[in-house]
Ligand binder design. Structure first.
Ligand code: UD1
Length: 426
């Protein structure tokens, strides 16, 4: 079967115009999972039209969740009557966020079974924090074939300290604790904007979550009582998409307004762009990026949990640093295996030295040359689109399903600001 590929013609022509940011994958997937804790209508808006949302909706439907009013960016779900506790293997294996459904399902059904969660291959991606948290809340784990099964007739509150900060780990325990018996305290919780957003949403339905957005979250459980609808979940703008667009414009040069975003969620990346000599005008819900393409290097970009520099922007900014005059260090502290794409950038003409599995030194400026490439994961895939857009000559990018998992019709939106990109059958 013919697969879709991107054909991208690189250029130095400045980018111009306006590009709109869609809702965040990492926000909507948790919002969708939350429906399992409720029994009223939940209306979702600003949903990105991406593969991971489609797969999650399929998983929810297979559990008996009713869907109405579905249009491209809107739908209403109702989970009054759900059945079963097994996440369909064929779908769950494709998306890492499938594990987010496990938290509410365990809390509601007293049992959940799921295969090792799929998604981007970023190092080991273990689930020990989930195992630790659910065990502390009274769940028992067993392996059924190569699937995990957790069960507990009623989860109870617990005092849980995460030995390392985890976004989905924090969300999963928050979900489970909402219906538990008693109070749960989560310590060293993640601070990503999606977490207080999710807590506010659950609280609007009657949950009692305090402190979300700080390292200590307290949840008073409802002892099994489902949250009441109706409710509304307005998906946050995708800060990773907005930051990637900013890196593209900074690298290629030009003047582009990025709209429907929240620059407050991008404080560190914006500061880095400014340090590099890019002009960034930030409003409440837009950013104007102006770049002449003459860029200064950065001592070090170190990925960190929010509000630090996001690991999901590491690859796009590494591409950008190939344009800077001098050496910049990129230090990936969150995931091992998230620098595997560097070899491809070097084959395009970048001069990046791999120091160790977590650090690379980018020497610039270098002129990239178009190539035939394969998208390694969602975020590095978009970084390759950026690399191809600033390179000399044509590139072909395969494996674009991985980009479609997280970014809605990216080629159509990038074309409007001047990137020559086409989706074709290979
Ligand atoms: C989420 C985001 C992803 C982002 C990442 C870090 C979603 C759907 N995905 O992924 O886009 O790149 O946060 O910002 O929201 N870890 C363990 N044990 C566990 C769980 C995690 O050791 O049980 C480790 C991971 O391997 C990693 C670190 O903790 O080294 C942080 O990962 P985590 O925050 O859990 O990432 P995700 O929530 O999977």
């Amino acid at each position: 079967m013919a697969k879709a590929v991107f054909h991208i013609s690189g250029s130095t022509k400045p980018l111009r115009g306006t590009i709109e940011v869609r809702g965040a994958k990492n926000d909507i997937l948790k919002g969708l999972a939350a429906v399992l804790l409720t029994r009223g209508d939940i209306a979702y808006t600003n949903m990105p039209d991406i593969e991971d949302v489609r797969r999650t909706l399929e998983l929810l439907k297979s559990l008996g969740v009713q869907m109405t009013d579905r249009t491209t960016r809107v739908c209403t779900l109702n989970a009054s009557h759900i059945k079963g506790h097994i996440l369909r293997r064929d779908i769950a294996e494709q998306i890492r966020a499938s594990i987010v459904l496990a938290g509410p399902l365990l809390a509601r059904q007293g049992k959940v079974r799921f295969p090792f969660p799929g998604g981007c291959v970023l190092g080991k991606r273990p689930i020990d924090l989930f195992v630790h948290g659910w065990s502390a809340m009274g769940a028992r784990m067993r392996l059924v074939g190569d699937e995990y099964e957790f069960s507990a007739s009623r989860l109870h509150g617990a005092d849980i300290t995460f030995y390392k900060v985890s976004v989905t780990g924090t969300e999963a325990m928050m979900f489970s604790a909402v219906l538990a018996h008693g109070t749960t305290v989560l310590r060293n919780a993640a601070l990503e904007p999606e977490i207080p957003h999710l807590a506010d949403f659950l609280n609007s339905l009657g949950a009692r979550i305090h402190g979300a957005g700080t390292p200590t979250i307290t949840i008073e459980g409802t002892d099994g009582k489902l949250l009441e609808g109706p409710g509304q979940f307005a998906t946050l703008p995708d800060r990773i998409e907005a930051g990637s667009f900013a890196a593209l414009v900074a690298a290629r040069g030009g003047k582009v307004k990025i709209t429907s975003c929240n620059p407050e969620h991008l404080a560190v990346p914006i500061e880095i762009l400014r340090e590099m000599g890019v002009r960034v005008t930030a409003g409440k819900d837009f950013m104007l990026i102006e770049s002449k393409g003459k860029l200064k290097p950065i001592d070090m970009i170190k990925t960190r949990e929010y509000p630090g520099f996001p690991t999901d922007l590491q690859a796009p900014f590494t591409v950008l640093l190939t344009r800077a005059r001098g050496a910049s260090l990129v230090f990936e502290t969150i995931f091992e295996g998230r620098l595997a794409y560097i070899d491809d950038l070097n084959r395009m003409g970048a001069a990046i030295t791999i120091c160790d599995p977590h650090r690379v030194l980018v020497n610039g400026p270098t002129e990239l040359r178009g190539r035939h490439m394969e998208s390694p994961d969602i975020r590095a895939g978009l970084a390759f689109v950026i690399a191809a857009a600033i390179a000399k000559g044509p590139s072909v990018l395969e494996g674009i399903y991985k980009i479609d998992r997280g970014y809605e019709k990216i080629e159509m939106r990038l074309r409007r600001i001047g990137v020559a990109i086409e989706r074709k059958k290979s």
